[in-house]
Design a protein around this ligand. Sequence first.
Ligand code: LMR
Length: 401
Amino acid sequence: MSETVLDQPSAFPRLDRQAPDALLGLITLYKRDERPEKVDLGVGVYRDETGLTPIMQAVKAAEARLWQDQATKSYLGAEGDAAYTQLLAQLVFGPAIAASDGLTGVQTPGGTGALRLGAELIARARPDATVWIGTPTWPNHGPIFERAGLRTQLHRFYVPGTSSIDFEGMMADLVHAKPGDILLIHGCCHNPTGADFSEDQWADLVTLCDRSAVIPFIDLAYQGLGDDLDADASATRALLKWLPNALVAYSCDKNFGLYRERVGAFWFKAASPAMAEIARSNLLLLARSLWSMPPDHGAAIVRTILETPELSADWRLELSRMRVRINDLRRALAAGHPALTPIAEQRGMFAMLPISGEAVIALREERGIYMAGNGRINICGLTLSSIDMFLDGLRPYLPNA
Ligand code: LMR
């Protein structure tokens, strides 16, 4: 009966069919491919040398403890697990900033939930703000802010041909930002390029935000997968230290390998404790109408790891092994062709190959090599043994040095 109603074209006249998400669509395309030599460099999940996305040992151990000790699954409230958010704040910001009265945070469903919650907060607080987003970026960034009703504006960030950051172009574009506008920044391990700012460039960004009263919104989804946990958070810490206001979206999906559990957090750094309290009351209200309460299991795992020294030590060790593997692969790729040299210095799971969209399709159809349409590869989809085969397939499409 209800199907008949929905089938009538007039029931929802403004609803058009939408194309499936291109990045997530790669998962299905790859699964359907029957060639044994196929290589998945698509969606950003860590893979080990055997191609698996393992559950980290500390995660398994924390789950066992939860199974044993967790006494209830009753509601926690819109803020989620407060101990999780506090322990995570120490990991992200260090003890001084984490303890400051001006900082307020809540648990969110993944980094996407954190970005959306922040976007909704901005839409309430500063509906006229423009959100400045570097190009290229993670394809979900624009839609998250736009669906919260905010205006977005692209600025220059990266030149694919030279695989380098166009910092001058970026600064020239940001001259047009108004006080109270938002600047979306990848805290480390830029997705999709792997190109992070130098120390001097970070300092210039702090100055720019300070002078123009532009508020940074930092997306930190790969802490620990670049250089190390502290180094990967250092730019975020500097922005929070020197600027009166900042927003931070955090994801534990990659560094704890908890992808499908959706584990994230959002923090707002306010100019005063009173403002932080007001912001918090708004965050709780918004979270209540978006998802009521975030899912608990993943956050309980992270809390258990962070509050248990031996699990923490184990997690840090496994994370550092993952990072070493990624950086070894970076060096091996960079050595494979002069056009790939910058990959050795870039960080995180991704690199953007300097190849055309046609080349991306040809590599998929002819070689079974899957990557995002803009040439982004998930580096850990490679193994030190498959890398030569990958480079052989890639070389004809790379520019001459
Ligand atoms: C990616 O960029 O591949 C990941 O962040 C997965 C996603 O949700 O897009």
